[in-house]
Design a binder for this molecule. Sequence first.
Ligand code: FDA
Length: 389
Amino acid sequence: MTYDTIILGAGAAGLMCAAHCVGRVLVIDHAKAPGEKIRISGGGRCNFTNMYAGSGNFLSQNPHFCKSALARYTQWDFIEMVGRHDIAWHEKTLGQLFCDGSSKQIIQMLLDEIERAGAELWVRTEMKDLRKTDTGFALTVEREGQRHALTCTNLVLATGGKSIPKMGATGLAYDIAHQFGLRMTETRAALVPFTFSDGRFKDLSGVSLPTRLSNDRTSFDEALLFTHRGLSGPAALQLSSYWREGEAIRVNLIQDMPLFDLLRDQRQNSGRKALTTELSRQLPARLVDFLSQHIPMQGNLADQSDTALSDLVEALSNWHLTPSGTEGYRTAEVTLGGIDTDDLSSKTMEARDVPGLYAIGEAVDVTGWLGGYNFQWAWSSGHAAGTAI
Ligand code: FDA
């Protein structure tokens, strides 16, 4: 069978690409259903984009690469598509847009779009062999126990990254990129919880509070969640993308709270109150109890000198921790790194030296922050390749 375009991967980027391609198009996926990550995303409501998405929200060895695709298919274009399909949505926080109903609506929208474009979709299909021909590519695939020989002029790599192998993530796009001589940047699990091998936070498991989490490169003001195994929540996931093994991270538990003034006033008004009791009005009581085992907090407010209060504020706003590692690809929301953008056109996503080969979505070395940015990259890069083909 001969196609103009074969797209490997029926995830966010692959489906978006198929919706914009002309000609005879086939989308292939080894999973039993398309868009499985869309289905589970955003707690089942899919954080499908971010109102503030811009190139500054993405990590890549070449921070300029994503600009062209993001500018030519913006969050507003996707919101328009969502509106056209009568999908109700809301902003949760920080520009993050979610479906009011279910993430399945986004999958159905993309399936309707590819049907309108006339593309075929084969799920439960494994790629067995791939080679270059004079006019394009020849593939052998296996579907329902039957082998099929396929040829195409354009081949789009949209099989995503390595995160969550249990959901069908494989390194296929990387292997094919390697086969055709495209370079790779180092890949790492990102948007992933930090672990501490000594289980030091197990008594705090479930405690969550707004924090500023930072390292020498960046900082995020978001919620931090203590878990049995370490630190999670948006702040930890965000910082994990900027973290390297062995590095310390800094936790500011009080952000911009004027804690020193607050404690000094309370010392004046309620000096006989225990310091920990007053602190528990500002921070979760379990956290104060935990911290009191590590930071001096004995006595009443009246016992505290200005220096003691200022030392306490410093300790709470600059808590240094060194994670042992992260949960890795098992739970990571994305893979940092991937197919080197130097080998791709930022306008079309086509490989510079392999005409007809395209790479889009998470497989490429463009990784978004938490908050709808990764899907926006999938939509924008899928659109860039689809309209170029
Ligand atoms: P994606 O992974 O979506 O699709 C790849 C497809 O290729 C899959 O269908 C897979 O089955 C198929 N495939 C893989 N290997 C294959 C092979 N060997 N043969 C055939 N097919 C193969 N982002 C965001 O912006 N908002 C959010 O709310 C969330 N939430 C979220 C939750 C969780 C739990 C995870 C794990 C991730 C998110 N993300 C997210 C990230 C987001 O899901 C991700 O960045 C995009 O799905 C990437 O889209 P792609 O199409 O590139 O890959």
